[in-house]
Design a protein around this ligand. Sequence first.
Ligand SMILES: [Zn+2]
Length: 338
Amino acid sequence: MKVISTGKKLCLSCMEEHEVKRVEVQEENIFKGVRVKYTAKYEYCDRTKEYLTYEDSLDTNDLAFKDAYRKEVGLLTSQEIVEIRDMYDVSQKDFSKILGWGSSTITRYENHQVQDGVHDDVLMKVASDPKWFMELLNRAKRELTDKAYRKYLSKAKEHYRQNQNKYLKESIEADYTKYEGKSNLTGNAGLNIDKAVEVINYLAQNVPDLYKVKLMKMLWYCDCLHYKREKKSITGLVYKALPLGAVPERYEVLVLLEGIEYCEVQYDEYIGYKFKAPLDFKVETLSNAEIRVIDEVIERFKNYNTKQIIDKMHEEEAYRNTPEYQPISYEYAKSLSI
Ligand SMILES: [Zn+2]
């Protein structure tokens, strides 16, 4: 028994006024054939040695008991159900409507009733799949107020975007596992996508009219120059020798990541992708040494047009000695022209 607090009051056990303790007690109980342990709260009378429930402690003790059971059998706890509902900022009633359940189902699950396995699976899916939640939301649209519908939809979209970004990152990371242990190709550094995004934005912020081809070359120069100085690339990106010069492996996914912004500019024959740093961009993970290297690359190439930087790249020993479409070794950094 653990004492949480004491206070003088009329004791409902001995019916006299005295210091009454509020205590926590470890209890054991059986629910659906499963024995579980949980912490219950009571008031305790020293004179009668009796435990009494107070205010809503009967409910909270019951909830602690049910949650212990849910944990034991791998169901979502009442608190986790609240968190899933909060994720979409939706009321208990509306959540029940969206899921197509009885109007007080969620309220019961968040209080005293243990959900069954099927409903548990549905809740788990809602938590992990905002796109599916949007489908359910649309189905229930007519049962919701317009204002509520729009609020939930905007929350769901926000989670969907975050999820998308997570998937994109994971797909790049999965692809890069094939380079594990090949430090000459990764520049002795593990892939750091957040840093890659930051380098791109730092370049976009400081180089006027930064188009895709030039950006890719400048990224390579940043990583390669840093490797030349510190025996370590900045981003861990692997670059391949494409006809127009070095291009990071999975660059087409890289530029779709959240935080990278570009606009399409239509020319006579092709579309250009012009990069711009987000207005609120600031450096968070790059070190001062890394920034110095990037600044140097910017100083060197900011006024180069696309053709000039491609020509420059084509002259690099790293490029001349790497077969087309093969990864470029960072070992060539020592002969880098800058
Ligand atoms: Zn008493």
